[in-house]
Design a protein around this ligand. Structure first.
Ligand SMILES: [Zn+2]
Length: 430
């Protein structure tokens, strides 16, 4: 890993994508020794004080922001901790992440929020905090104190706040704070122990089915409460075509609803599940091909405005027990650029600038932060990407402590090769 704080950075040729300024152009990029973006000087610094990254096909964007990661710290640091999760994020092109509060103990105290916020890691951690005490869904958490401590959003992710009366209180209090409620929209009574959508593998293995209504009815209920309270609602990891329809209608109505699409739900369908492999188990589960198409369309038309990984590490011993016994979730930070660029830009024709908006401006707007930009004078916070690179996913080389990815052993196209943040270039793959 290179870590060279005193050097200037010069990228002579790249496609520069700056969604905050609507800028998509070929150009050169220069970062001075103080870590600020600046015009390329007439005379470059001497080689000893300059890092040059010059490769064909580079794309530079502001640092990516993932509003949905699980770093398991405290509670399951054998699977991930703040440092390993942040290292995986930086490898993937991210400079900011929002951690989910389903830690153990749950992040429902100001101390735990402050601890995550203060962690010295290679990405900036903006913690979310529990919506309800202990994520139990019964009593609203102390949102005001959690926000004061640095929580940027509230969520019981991993579980829905299923009681509408409790959710109403959460949303009214979050609205007063100007903070969004992020919901894992899955109704437990309709999920009813289901683990997978109907597909050949589910039938072959006799797995309990997770009906699409479990998500769709949850989305409908959440949107009704958004309408009633006026609180910003962010729907996490949507997987069903009908959910996309509901979000489209809600946004057309003018409701403050946003929704995210994960790389795995955009790329994979239930029928792709190869067999009894726990690395294909996630919540919500993979949908049908028609669902995948609807999610892609939802991104292209601007209904689903945010990409997010739902990076969910689990120690190999827990994930290698077969589909029925494995916990839900997959890692995704280091494969996110490849999968979303390949599926959305290369296959679906999404404009690269819109792609960058879904990873930079929309997620930052959601959590109330000014996004990083490529404007001269700004502190450089960058993702340096090589969308044409081919590489084989080897979980053993991941910075994550976990290996639970359905892309293990597969060749992907595109990756982040470096990030730059707070005066430091981090380029493990250069
Ligand atoms: Zn979730």
């Amino acid at each position: 890993m290179k870590n060279e704080p005193q050097k200037a950075l010069y990228i002579p040729h790249a496609r520069l994508l700056d969604p905050a300024n609507g800028r998509d152009e070929q150009g050169a990029l220069f970062v001075d020794a103080e870590g600020r973006l600046a015009p390329v000087p007439a005379k470059l610094p001497p080689a000893a004080r300059l890092t040059v990254i010059d490769r064909p096909g580079l794309v530079v964007t502001p640092g990516l922001c993932d509003v949905h990661v699980h770093f398991r710290d405290p509670g399951a640091t054998d699977a991930e901790d703040l440092l390993s999760g942040a290292a995986a994020a930086a490898n993937g092109g991210f400079t900011r992440v929002v951690t989910m509060p389903n830690t153990n103990p749950p992040t429902d105290t100001p101390d735990l929020v402050r601890r995550a916020r203060a962690a010295q890691t290679p990405v900036s951690i903006f913690p979310s905090a529990c919506a309800t005490l202990g994520r139990a869904g019964k009593v609203c958490a102390p949102l005001e104190a959690l926000e004061e401590a640095g929580a940027v959003a509230f969520s019981d992710d991993g579980a829905m706040v299923a009681d509408p009366e409790v959710m109403r209180v959460v949303m009214l209090r979050a609205k007063k704070l100007g903070r969004p409620v992020m919901d894992h929209a899955v109704l437990p009574r309709l999920q009813d122990g289901g683990v997978v959508r109907d597909c050949p593998a589910a039938r072959a293995l006799g797995l309990p089915l997770f009906p699409p209504e479990a998500e769709v009815e949850a989305v409908r209920a959440d949107i009704a409460l958004c309408r009633a309270t006026g609180c910003a609602l962010h729907l996490q990891h949507l997987s069903c075509a009908e959910s996309v329809d509901l979000v489209r209608q809600a946004r057309a109505e003018g409701l403050p609803v946003t929704a995210e699409a994960t790389p795995h739900h955009l790329a994979l369908a239930a029928e792709d599940i190869p067999g009894n492999d726990g690395n294909w188990r996630m919540n919500p589960p993979l949908g049908t091909r028609a669902d995948v198409q609807a999610l892609r369309q939802g991104v292209l038309e601007g209904t689903l405005t945010v990409f997010a990984t739902d990076h969910a590490p689990h120690a190999p011993a827990t994930k290698n027990k077969g589909f029925q016994a494995a916990p839900f979730g997959i890692i995704g930070l280091e494969t996110a650029v490849a999968v979303t660029w390949d599926v959305m830009v290369r296959q679906c024709g999404m404009a690269p600038l819109a792609w960058a908006a879904a990873w930079v401006t929309a997620p930052n707007a959601l959590i109330g932060l000014p996004p990083p930009t490529l404007a001269p004078g700004a502190p450089a916070e960058l993702a340096i990407l090589a969308p044409d690179d081919e590489w084989v996913v080897d979980p053993a080389r991941s910075a994550s402590k976990s290996a639970n990815t359905p892309w293990a052993g597969q060749t992907l196209h595109g990756r982040a090769i470096a990030t730059y943040r707070r005066g430091r270039l981090r380029a493990p793959a250069l």
